[in-house]
Design a protein around this ligand. Structure first.
Ligand SMILES: Nc1ncnc2c1ncn2[C@@H]1O[C@H](COP(=O)(O)OP(=O)(O)OP(=O)(O)O)[C@@H](O)[C@H]1O
Ligand SMILES: [Mg+2]
Length: 273
């Protein structure tokens, strides 16, 4: 972790602990205790577009079983960070270590095989394919039987089960977001990264999406969540990092950041208490 980051409070992680990653029927892992193991370690990551440095040497950790959020305004470099982790942008500097493996020299396919998946900004489901076909696409790197995982994601998202054969492009925005998350889960990741899952959704649907995020995490999944909806993200997260113009400027537990005056002023709106 960069020593330039300002930790908003000295208290450590006080939430329940978890052990391993998710899969069908893996119960309530959070209640079994967190391992404390760092699953993803980002150290000094830089991402540049042409001569412009969008991510300027950021460092953060994602412990196994936790929800970690990156919050920040438009253009802060949040999506660039997620895209670099999954190999869609090349890191211009720094290291990304996942489960002990160094990712910066790997291609996206190999990174996905290592257990990371990204739910991209703007969802990007295959509009002409059915819900079912979209889910199968999420598992395209797998050769094993998918039926248990299909049952699992349909149990998480009963509305998708009802719409099994519906073309994804005809789903509502909220349903498409659910499908994008479900599709990502079909690769059976150890860590799922979500880029602004609440974007453009009505408040009641945002609540549903966050309920699902919590449920997936309760079942043991490690989650790296990028959000502009700082209020919801900090409520859900064990730990948070605030990004501003390519740098991490604050970090702390979700609760600490939600109570922090600078965060309240900049990201939570004046009415938030
Ligand atoms: N493909 C690209 N080519 C050139 N510049 C880019 C590219 N992608 C992103 N950028 C720039 O990098 C900076 C960070 O963008 P990024 O998308 O990572 O921000 P963000 O925090 O995800 O923002 P938002 O909340 O609006 O999604 C911005 O200044 C953006 O214009
Ligand atoms: Mg973005």
């Amino acid at each position: 972790m960069s020593d330039k980051n300002k930790n908003v409070a000295s208290t450590g992680n006080t939430v329940g602990k978890v052990t391993s990653a998710g899969g069908p029927g893996f119960g309530n892992k959070r209640e079994e205790g967190l391992s404390g193991k760092v699953l993803l370690k980002v150290d000094g990551l830089k991402v540049s577009y042409g001569g412009i440095e969008a991510v300027r040497g950021i460092s953060f950790d994602v412990p196994e079983g936790e929800i970690v959020t990156l919050i920040g305004a438009n253009g802060a470099g949040k999506s660039s960070t997620l895209r670099a982790i999954v190999g869609l942008e090349k890191a211009a500097g720094g290291t990304i270590t996942f489960n002990g493996a160094e990712l910066t020299s790997m291609g996206t396919e190999q990174i996905v095989k290592n257990g990371i998946t990204l739910v991209p900004e703007g969802r990007r489901v295959f509009v002409n394919l059915s819900v079912y076909e979209n889910l199968r696409m999420g598992a395209y790197l797998r050769k094993d039987d998918l039926s248990a995982d299909l049952e699992w994601v349909y149990s998480l998202f009963p509305r998708l089960k009802e719409r099994h054969w519906q073309a994804a492009g005809t789903l509502s925005g909220g349903e498409q977001q659910m499908l994008a998350i479900a599709r990502a889960l079909m690769s059976r990741p150890q860590m799922i990264m979500m880029d602004e899952p609440s974007l453009g959704l009505a408040p009641i649907i945002v609540q549903e999406v966050f309920d699902i995020i919590r449920e997936i995490n309760r079942q043991g999944m490690t989650i790296l969540l990028v959000e502009q909806n700082a209020n919801m993200a900090l409520k859900a997260a064990d730990k948070g990092y605030v990004m501003e113009t390519g740098r991490i400027t604050l970090n702390g537990t979700g609760m600490e950041l939600a109570e922090n005056d600078e965060v309240k002023e900049a990201y939570l709106g004046k009415s938030h208490k």
